[in-house]
Design a protein around this ligand. Sequence first.
Ligand code: BES
Ligand code: ZN
Ligand code: ZN
Length: 495
Amino acid sequence: MKFKCSSISPEKATSTVLAIYYSYDSKTCAKTLSLLDKQLGGQLSDYIKEEIVSHKKGSFFRLSPLGNQSYKHIIFLGIGKTKNVTAPDIRHLSGSLSRFVKKLNASSVSIYLDTKCLGTIKEDQVTQSIAEGLSMGSYSFKGLKTKVESKSVALSETTLISSFKSASLKVGFSKGLAVAEGVNLARDLANTPANILTPTEVVKRAKAYFKGTTVKVSVIDAKQAAAMNMNAFLGVARGSVEAPYILCLDYKGGGTKKPIALVGKGVTFDSGGISIKPSSKMSEMKADMSGAASVFGAFSAISKIKPKDNIVGIMPLVENMPSSNALKPGDVITAMNKTSIEVLNTDAEGRLVLADSICYAISKLKARVVVDIATLTGASLVALGELAIALFSNSEKQIAEFKCNELFTGEKVWNMPLYDEFLDYLKSDVADISNCYEGRYGGVCTAAKFLQQFVGDTDWVHLDMAPLMSSSKTSGEQVKGMSGAATQSLIEFVT
Ligand code: BES
Ligand code: ZN
Ligand code: ZN
């Protein structure tokens, strides 16, 4: 999508659609409306006077005025009081705007926004949020329907009408496009069914996607994993005919700095294994690789934004299936760091594949901070609804970083406890630790506590993203289906 920043007066807009981000207290905005009204021979005044066009945050109003002006439609988007406007508000409105523009079959939009009066948001963050909203909001999962639904024109040009011109506006917009492409890529991966998106296919797609970029792709296959004693990872893979891989992405932009590791759960299908899940909604478990998808998506953005840091991505890719060769409840396996694990429930498989991957990030790649991201527990949904990612960390500094980014991304992260007592819930009679607590309570915390046993003193953040795995409805930048959540948080963390 092309981006232009123009200081023309809004009534001179040449795009088919003119979008006015409308606020109560922007004097320039009021002036703009009177200029437009004049141009349109008074067609606006009644709507404005009678407050049919609302400033209320989230309101939408479309007018297709008569006349020979270049723009054919005006869309008013209410932003409320300017001092209360947030980046998530702008992203949300821009997401809805993108679908409006699509419905009008327009390929260009001019956005009038009084960027000066948006108190706390920096100007590059304004344009980043607009780009993210426009691109994420117009996403749809394509490729598997054989009949083409009504073809619509794609939005190819956005012009920001702003009284001041600054290079950072353009920088922000292109960062936003890179982020949104990462999110949409994560959505594509998570929406793709498990018969197509096997571990082998994810590896194939990564090799193709990152070819010729600054991101290096390598894999650890089952044989190499066995040589490193990754028996927790291999144990989960045993029940499936699909070959498991640990997909590794490597970006170097930070000289000799030790890397940040992003570790994403990549269970391409989670049937539960021998502890098989109930059949209702089991199909959703094609998205149990959403953690890996957000790491993949984050690296797509990293390859374009080129941050000055070293970042590795580690994605354990397996299918969790029942078979005569599968792990059985009660089996004991030994992880890479020699911890013996009693597998009380084969459906608690995510923590097993993550345990070896975290050990690998720390012991082999010498990561200075590990962020793991996973659709790890149903219990996180019980705790937080479909509203927030459950965050656990051994570092106040990293918690603060994620909480700060939340204000910009709008991806809610809620800090949860890692009380030592949770370890008592994981006591095993036969091994060092069991892979789950069979009681009813604290499932999201005991899962995190299990992972912490493989971390040591390294700074670590665990994001249980199961609550945000899918969106039940289309709204703002969110589109019904698998969400690509956490991709934005990961990108902001490393850039
Ligand atoms: N992939 C699931 C968790 C999940 C459930 C993600 C629903 C998204 C939506 C995970 O592997 C799992 O099955 N966890 C079990 C753990 C239990 C056996 C201790 C769970 O949460 O029930
Ligand atoms: Zn499971
Ligand atoms: Zn799972």
